[in-house]
Design a protein around this ligand. Sequence first.
Ligand SMILES: [Mg+2]
Length: 203
Amino acid sequence: MRPLQAIFFDFDGVLLDTEPVHCACWAEVLAPAGLILTWDYYRNHCIGIDDRDMLRTLALQADPPRDWDSLWALYPAKKQLFQQRMTAPPFEPSLAVMLSGLHRQFKLAVVSSSSSSEIEPLLVAGGIRHHFDTIVGGGDVKRHKPAPDPYLLAAERLAVETALVLEDSAAGIASGRAAGFEVLTVRHPAEVADLLRHRLSPG
Ligand SMILES: [Mg+2]
């Protein structure tokens, strides 16, 4: 087996339990437009999906259907709301310690469908930005997860051929596998440290 060169982390639901916050912020900005977004719907249909694609579906399903541009125009307000609610991002305490150890052995990247401009301030505020060699965000690729493109771009930027991917959503897992990488499924950010320890322990 070729030695592992890199570890790629999805952001939402892997490094940080952000999905309920994303959902609440979207629900808040969509409500005045007459669209109801529930956690149940978001959990089943929107996690791991690029925001633009999520809004495309919501616009079509709305009664009456909306045009996509009018919904996408709400993105800056959603982004601002999310930043306000995440001023002290609750990263797992074990994460920083683990990342500095991993970074001595492997190249590390964050690979997300969220915009880098949403992710990077949270990594900085959490004091862990310097552990990552690159951040691939939703704006960096044309084809989003479940396409392999985001993970292939991370590998290209870091000049690596092998990587371990940590993902929580079906679209993200499919993306990592389509890029040809091993994928660990994460159910909650709290289990990431143990999952990695288990996978990387010799024997
Ligand atoms: Mg995720």
